[in-house]
Design a protein around this ligand. Structure first.
Ligand code: HH2
Length: 288
């Protein structure tokens, strides 16, 4: 028996398959000079496109392209600069792989608009449509899926002593309210994906509590995306300072998140996570 509690199912854009219990890998492609683990690596469109192709070959189903770092302490970049970074990369990926599903990691309506026009098919908004009053219209108008992420505060200051009375309840209430807001703005229910925002205004203990109780978010009835990949909380636990070397800890977080009902995993190391999640899927439902 497949897990029917993951209804409603989401489409990833016209013609794409629906989301069921199979884990979906979202490969991270940061077109930034300063991202915490891959900053500066993929600024050139050709390099970015070959990185995207490699992640697709390793089993990524979506490539998440971002033009502004949101790591703790980071500063915003001007919208024009963000668009200038991501649009040529989206075009280069699609020239090479016309069927690739690309998501645009932005909270700015203008950047989302040009990215969708260039061929992106998903919007990943770390502000859950709060960062730009025009974003809800862009998403609703395009009919694309949208990731709504929880963040306490803003990247520049979010890690300065974040506090919650009950982190799971507060994140759940926030995401339920943002899903309602999106729906009221015209985004279809089946196009809404929720994300607890691991590392965004959260202590180590907040991140662990959210991962432990992820089923409380899954209960809201939308697919849940988790972005734990290489993050600092994993380094705190394992002692691995170098972000690129945090793959084993990332895999553990993702397998446990999957067991609690998350279905989308935003990762830098696609193959390691895909293989681990394939085994987790087989343990839950049997081998194919
Ligand atoms: N994390 C980052 C960026 N975007 N989007 C979603 N939906 N969920 C996340 O957890 C998430 C995200 C931060 O990671 P990264 O892109 O690797 O680094 P940076 O922000 O420094 O570019």
């Amino acid at each position: 028996m497949r897990n029917s509690s993951l209804e409603p199912r989401n489409t990833l854009g016209a013609g794409d398959r629906t989301l069921g219990p199979d884990p979906v890998l979202v490969g991270v492609l940061n077109v930034t000079p300063d991202s915490f683990s891959d900053g500066g690596d993929f600024l050139a469109p050709e390099k970015a496109a070959s990185r995207a192709a490699a992640m697709l070959d390793e089993g990524a189903e979506i490539i998440d392209v971002g033009g502004e770092s949101t790591r703790p302490g980071s500063d915003p970049v001007p919208q024009e600069e963000e668009a200038r970074r991501v649009v040529p990369v989206i075009r280069a990926i699609l020239a090479d792989r016309p069927d690739a599903v690309i998501s645009i990691d932005t909270y700015r309506a203008a950047t989302a608009g040009v990215a969708l026009a260039a061929g992106a098919r998903v919007v990943n908004d770390v502000t859950a449509l709060r960062g730009d009053p025009r974003m809800a219209d862009v998403v609703a108008g395009s009919g694309c899926p949208v990731v709504l992420m929880h963040m306490l505060g803003e990247p520049k200051t979010m890690q300065r002593d974040p506090r919650y009375e009950d982190v799971v309840r507060e994140v759940r209430c926030f995401l339920a309210a943002r899903a309602e807001h999106a729906f009221a703005a015209g985004v279809e229910r089946e196009n809404i994906i929720l994300d607890p925002g691991i590392g965004f205004g959260k202590t180590l203990e907040h991140n662990l509590t959210l991962l432990r109780h992820l089923d409380a978010l899954v209960e809201l009835g939308f697919p849940v995306l988790v972005g734990a990949s290489r993050k600092r909380f994993i380094g705190r636990i394992t002692g691995v300072e170098e972000a690129r070397e945090r793959v084993f800890g990332t895999v553990a977080a993702n397998v446990l998140a999957y067991e609690r009902g998350a279905t989308l995993f935003r990762v830098h190391d696609v193959r390691a996570n895909r293989e681990a999640l394939a085994v987790a899927l087989a343990v839950r439902y049997g081998a194919r």
